[in-house]
Design a protein around this ligand. Sequence first.
Ligand code: FRU
Length: 397
Amino acid sequence: MSKILGIGNAVLDIILTVDHHPEEDEELRAQNKQIATGGNVNNTLYVLNQLGHSSDICTTIAADSESKQLLSGLKERNISTEHTQKFIKGRTPSSYVTLNAQNGHRTIVHYRDLPEVSFDFFAKIEIEEYDWLHFEGRNTTQLPGMLNIAKTFLTHQPISLEVEKPRDGIETLFPNVNLIIFSHHYAKAKGFSDGQALLESLELPNANTVCTWGSDGVWFKAINSDVEHINAEKVSPVIDTLGAGDTFNAGLIHSLISKHSLKEAVIYANKLAAKKCQQPGLDNLMAEQESNKALANIKQLSNAKTMVVNRDSGQSLVLIKYEESVRCYVNNCPHQDVPLDEAYKIDVNPFEKTMKCSVHDAYFNIEDGVCIDGPCWDESLQSIDVKVDENGDIFIV
Ligand code: FRU
């Protein structure tokens, strides 16, 4: 476990799920409303906590009523607020987000009227306590000083910087960090048509650099290496993209903390961000979705024996090899709605290619689940489509 300090924004997100993005002048009824704490660094720290680290946020907080909601949200996320700079003037930064239920895309209208963290405030933090510092690339009047002291006082702790948008003076920060994560918005604004061109244009011999490009994948350049690229993960259906970039950053930091290479870290982060897009919000990101879990591995199966898999949902499945492929049936005999292995194990005849319900001796074809002899003759077991991946793991399609 590492201790991570994130420096950036904490925002109150008001998220409305809609069935399409509204046109100007349209009046639209939302399907759902959710209020969550957000902001890039806050989201990244939340995911890092779920990956087993402990995190503190260095941010500014207003004194209005919404700030209480924001602070309790940070507490719920287990992010320490010891280093929050309070302002009497100004209001809690808020994002009004429409989340399109058709494609998971989010549209953000952001409001902010609050000063950013000052250099003097940051300078009082004992940054030596932390194993990693992660900065949101904003507040470019104060960040150069912060990075200077971080560089001076930290001997072995990496410093990362997220560069989401072009901002005046942001380039002056680059030489003082070890990892820079660029978004395609920044690259495009600087006139680059892909991440390769951006990363090749930079002269940063001491930094790992990464550029994410949505469905075009991710480019990355490790120190003293050439630019490499990986494809975007295929995600279907996309449920919610809000915070996917922040999740990517967390995955990258986590994997690098675990001493993986930049390439391994990018691959891991890419997968984690894809996983995030398949679920609403950021809660329970590490919980394995049952639908994504392998039922078994083909090596565990044979043509002469069934394997019964009991799923978390309570569903029981029967797996068996048929020739070189796999058959999967719901473990339920159509005769009396009982599991096929209720009385005893399911007998298999590999020569006849049949299997027998242990309760009243109904024989089923392994190939198609049809009952060819017994009390439910001509009825069928319920078949489930499965696929086998390159490692032999079997998944429900
Ligand atoms: C998502 C997010 C939201 C926040 C907005 C700020 O990446 O951090 O949580 O409201 O972006 O720009």
